[in-house]
Design a protein around this ligand. Structure first.
Ligand SMILES: Cc1ncc(COP(=O)(O)O)c(C=O)c1O
Length: 525
């Protein structure tokens, strides 16, 4: 029995009312809820993440009840291109047969068993496969269930590592309590302004987005913060423009190859000054995603790696957003030939199906936690759903698809297409900067291109663009006034064309104030 028929039996009056309202055969009634029932209940009972409730209450909300390929469907049967891959995680599209069947197969075995004191085949197999594709030197996998937990784990591992590191690996100390040299010294983290690493207190402490984080300041631990490599809004005096490979260059910019940008020099001087107390440097490699797809100048990550090695600091790469092909390589670190000491992965790990994450470390770090129990070197951390078998099965199917469909290779023409067609967006006066790293795009809107003046927050321009795009069958989610495009990697060229054209039109409709000519055109003169 179809959902519609079933609903008719359960709520005949509601179904009838719904039918009456939607006359167009293209827009059937709300098949699963009986008209507005679901949205009413949503507004009555739910509290949505990163959502201003006053706006949500007024909004005509979308209830998504189906996904197929690169499209989402709402309860009225309307179809939308998934322009942000369901929050940057969907890889192969929705209802991908291979992942569906891997989960179903696993369900027939077991849905969940703990990894505390037990193990299971999919977790073991996946760990081996992750190690095989991870940057060189990463040898151990610690599972969790979200990007934030993967980062939280990295943070705790790095901290504890220095607490129980062999004395010889610690910086020289004059402290009489020489055995506690690590504990006394290497306890701090170098982070970047504008960084986003998740919403748990540890990952928020590592973050640098005031909008999200300032309220919690009294709860957070302090870090040593280096400036964000935000080239478009660089405040440092520069004699030469830095080389920014991950920017769609406009006619308004000139770039030369400055291999030593001022933001990097600042990070370097902080590392030199604080290296004795630094346990780790935490970075989103190549792109600060949540801050608005802020792309880094070439060589930034590589130089950090060199400095971390030189000063004996752990390099922690948060690849939660950039991992699994988003930048055009499996991991962003590969673009600069960098191997971090710890990597955090989540989002795309299951192809965007289930909450699974992992923190990978070197063997050297792992060994430091291996000792007789009474030495208290155990990593006392874990979650109920750590390494959930369904998640691991989905992740294995995801990795198999990367191989079978040669995903990384297949991205090349799509990335080139994006790059070529994004240039056109500079024709819109209020487009200030366009940043692109592989399949990750941020289009920064400004009220004045010459001064880079942002729009007043109250205008909610980014949100307006997203609502406009929705009317034309495209789901986006902005980061302030940065319009983000981050489709499933399986998006086709015709779909990319739709993504770009609807986005272009929506930005234009929202930002271009009708001048006299447009008024005349509208009036039909
Ligand atoms: C770089 C980065 N780290 C961590 C996170 C947090 O991931 P999650 O939302 O799965 O906790 C995100 C989320 O967008 C992210 O972009």
């Amino acid at each position: 029995m179809s959902a519609h028929k079933k609903l008719k039996l359960e709520h005949p009056s509601l179904a009838k009312r719904g039918q009456g309202r939607f006359k167009s055969p293209l827009i059937p009634p709300d098949v699963t809820s009986g008209g507005k029932l679901l949205s009413v209940k949503d507004k009555k009972y739910l509290w949505h993440p990163f959502t201003q409730t006053s706006e949500w209450e007024k909004e005509d909300i979308l209830v998504i009840n189906k996904g197929k390929g690169n499209y989402l469907y709402d309860t009225k049967g309307r179809r939308y291109l998934d322009g942000v891959s369901s929050l940057w995680c969907n890889v192969h599209g929705h209802q991908k047969a291979e992942i569906d069947s891997a989960i179903n197969k696993q369900l027939k075995q077991i849905a969940h068993t703990t990894m505390l004191g037990l193990t299971h085949p999919t977790a073991i197999e996946l760990a081996e496969k992750l190690i095989n594709i991870a940057p060189k030197g990463l040898r151990r996998v610690f599972y969790s269930d979200s990007g934030a937990t993967a980062v939280e784990i990295a943070l705790k591992i790095a901290f504890q590592y220095w607490q129980q590191s062999p004395r010889s690996s610690l910086p020289a100390t004059r402290s009489p309590d020489i055995n506690r040299g690590g504990a006394l010294r290497k306890t701090k983290f170098l982070t970047f302004s504008n960084a986003y690493h998740g919403d748990t207190i540890g990952s928020v402490s590592l973050g640098g987005m005031d909008l999200f984080h300032s309220t919690y300041r009294p709860l957070l631990f302090k870090t040593i913060q280096a400036p964000s490599p935000y080239c478009y809004r660089c405040t440092e005096p520069r004699r030469v423009q830095c080389y920014e490979p991950y920017v769609v260059h406009s006619p308004f910019k000139s770039t030369t190859n400055n291999v030593n940008p001022p933001c990097l020099q600042k990070a370097e001087s902080l590392i030199r000054k604080h290296h004795r107390s630094l346990a780790g440097v935490v970075i989103e490699p190549l792109v600060q995603g949540a801050a608005g797809m802020i792309t880094q100048p070439k060589g930034f990550l590589k130089r950090l790696r060199t400095l971390c090695t030189k000063y004996n600091i752990l390099l922690i790469a948060d690849e939660v957003a950039t991992g699994f092909g988003r930048t055009g390589k499996m991991f962003a670190c590969e673009h600069e030939g960098v191997s971090p000491d710890i990597i955090c992965i989540a989002k795309g790990i299951t192809g965007g199906y289930l909450p699974l994450a992992a923190t990978l470390t070197t063997e050297k770090i792992f060994e430091c936690f291996t000792a007789p129990y009474e030495e208290n070197k155990t990593f006392f951390h874990g979650h109920t759903y750590t390494g959930n078998p369904l998640g691991c099965a989905a992740a294995l199917a995801n990795l198999a698809l990367f191989k079978k469909e040669n995903i990384i290779r297949s991205l090349e023409p799509k990335i080139a297409y994006l790059k070529e067609h994004l240039k056109k967006f500079y024709e819109i006066n209020n487009v200030g900067d366009i940043r692109q790293c592989g399949m990750m795009v941020g289009i920064e809107l400004v009220s004045n291109r010459a001064t880079k003046e942002p729009y007043p927050v109250k205008e909610r321009v980014g949100r307006q663009v997203v609502l406009e795009a929705r009317k034309h069958g495209l789901i986006l989610r902005p980061l302030g006034d940065v319009i983000v495009l981050m489709p499933p990697l399986s998006i086709t060229i015709p779909e990319l064309n739709k993504l770009l054209s609807v986005t272009y039109q929506s930005i234009e409709n929202v930002t271009v104030k009708p001048g006299p000519e447009q008024y005349l055109k509208k009036a039909g003169w």
